[in-house]
Design a protein around this ligand. Structure first.
Ligand SMILES: CC(=O)[C@@H](O)[C@H](O)COP(=O)(O)O
Ligand SMILES: NCC(=O)COP(=O)(O)O
Length: 237
């Protein structure tokens, strides 16, 4: 079964826009779980443009499904994750000023660094995942870091699929086959949506989790959070 982990970054974006507490992030996280999501994802960036570090602490006691924290493992993020001990940490090589995540790790060039960081999280009982492009060399490199899982970076697939190019799935299918052979768990995320998720899931063998935020929140502006989450769960079942 592929789990749906809802990324609530954009709820925090809306909340921060007025400096108050509406929408209430904790209430939305509780409701997202009530509506059937099997995970909550946050990506506390260094500038706290949306998810604040305090949010990460406040969410821990109310997340009763998988809790996934994403970020570049710089000192503050490492400390935050090791203190909170979420279900999973997803390492993303984002520049501090990146408008959003826009690349996977070079797991060959950064193998030794990733091995060290991953070992620290695993010593603390936290499942690890690393954000990678669907390139076979990067998948092989990921396996050598000792990570539990990879997260396939799906922006290219989403872009091409929206243009009608279904062949864009091929690198993802091939990467998943290799990851399965290397005993790597497979997650995926970035720009997945109600439009593309069913086709993606059907062509990526043993996909364990998708983390979806931006499109899901935008779709919910029209369909409502409960109905949209139900739509994802139906397409993932
Ligand atoms: C790694 C990834 O693609 C997303 O998890 C990321 O969290 C999106 O970040 P923004 O919500 O800041 O665009
Ligand atoms: N890891 C991907 C994620 O958490 C959400 O990405 P997006 O759906 O906001 O693009």
């Amino acid at each position: 079964m592929t789990k749906l982990s809802v990324n609530i970054n954009k709820i925090a974006t809306l909340r921060n826009a007025r400096g108050g507490n509406m929408p209430n992030l904790l209430k939305v996280a509780k409701d997202v779980q009530k509506f059937g999501a099997q995970g909550i994802t946050i990506h506390p960036r260094p500038d706290e443009r949306h998810i604040r570090y305090q949010d990460a602490y406040d969410l821990k006691p109310i997340v009763n499904v998988e809790y996934n924290m994403e970020g570049n493992p710089m000192d503050n993020f490492m400390k935050l994750v090791l203190e909170i001990k979420p279900t999973q940490v997803t390492l993303v090589p984002d520049a501090v000023d990146a408008i959003t995540s826009n690349a996977g790790w070079d797991t060959v060039k950064h193998k030794d660094y990733l091995k060290e960081v991953i070992a620290e999280f695993k010593r603390n009982g936290i499942r690890t995942s690393i954000f990678v492009d669907p390139e076979l060399k990067m998948i092989e490199g990921a396996a050598e870091t000792g990570t539990d899982r990879i997260e396939l970076y799906t922006e290219e697939f989403a872009d091409q699929y929206s243009l009608g190019n279904k062949n864009a799935i091929i690198p993802y299918t091939e990467s998943a086959v290799l990851a399965n052979n290397l005993n790597l768990g497979i997650n995926a995320g970035h720009d997945l949506s109600l439009e593309n998720i069913k086709f993606f899931k059907e062509n990526v063998p043993n996909l364990l989790e998708v983390s979806i935020g931006h499109a899901l929140i935008c779709e919910s502006l029209y369909g409502g959070l409960e109905k949209v989450i139900g739509g994802y769960l139906k397409r993932l079942s």
